[in-house]
Ligand binder design. Structure first.
Ligand SMILES: *Cc1c(COP(=O)(O)O)cnc(C)c1O
Length: 227
């Protein structure tokens, strides 16, 4: 068994290596540790190892852990899962960034849930599959949704997010994501984040320009048994 610290540094070495091969500066890449299914105590341990960016994909789990770890005030929570509109307020209260905005109503609900002047970082999730149930906006609707989000005063449009489909070569999938990022930047020049790459495909994502990696199991270890 390796320790959490060893797994974290192995991934960081892997990120540095992939960046070097891609001719990129690893300093421009943010590694988000996805802590879903793991207890708040593990997030606290990660914080002790210097991790500040963490990700969750379910609102209840996000809210519970963010509440339990409220004393760690430099921790930034990224919400990366499919979001129900009625959970937007709870998500906004806990998260610094929402990667999974894929429709007007969700963007509206996140905007309306603002409690102060802080703008919420949002990314547009793009569905790379033909299955509308997978979450994400259809590529054809990207610019339209971007214009919609740009008009909401309390959201800050940061970029695009995608999950590579299981049945597609990740390099090809992430090349498409890079094209979507260029399309987004044509209407929102500052929105240059690309959230892509997980445990199995982060090197391909780095090669295709990812700025934010969402890495879970390679760092946290296998999911604990669900009770
Ligand atoms: C769980 C999850 C990840 C991390 O997946 P790993 O394969 O464990 O690295 C990344 N993105 C999303 C949207 C996830 O739900």
């Amino acid at each position: 068994m390796t320790s959490l610290a060893e797994r974290l540094s192995a991934i960081d070495a892997g990120i540095a290596d992939a960046a070097r091969r891609a001719g990129r500066d690893a300093g421009g890449i943010t590694r988000i540790v996805v802590t879903k299914f793991h207890p708040a105590s593990l997030v606290r341990e990660l914080h002790g190892l210097g991790v500040r960016e963490v990700g969750e994909n379910r609102q209840q789990e996000l809210s519970a852990k963010a509440g339990e770890l409220a004393d760690l005030d430099d921790l930034r929570w990224h919400f990366i899962g499919q979001a129900q509109t009625k959970k937007a307020g709870a998500i906004r209260r806990a998260a610094a960034a929402v990667h999974s905005v894929d429709r007007d109503r969700l963007a509206d609900a996140l905007d309306r849930a603002a409690v102060d002047d802080t703008r919420l970082d949002v990314l547009l999730q793009i569905n790379l599959t033909e299955d509308p149930g997978r979450g994400g906006v259809a590529p054809a609707d990207l610019e339209r949704l971007a214009e919609y989000v740009l008009a909401l005063p309390t959201l800050k449009l940061r970029g695009v997010m995608a999950v590579a489909p299981l049945d597609e070569d990740p390099a090809a999938a992430f090349a498409r994501v890079h094209d979507f990022s260029l399309r987004l930047r044509a209407v929102a020049p500052d929105a240059d984040w690309i959230s892509a790459g997980m445990t199995g495909d982060y090197a391909e994502a780095i090669a295709a320009g990812a700025t934010h990696l969402r890495i879970g199991s390679a760092i946290t270890g296998p999911r604990p048994a669900q009770g």
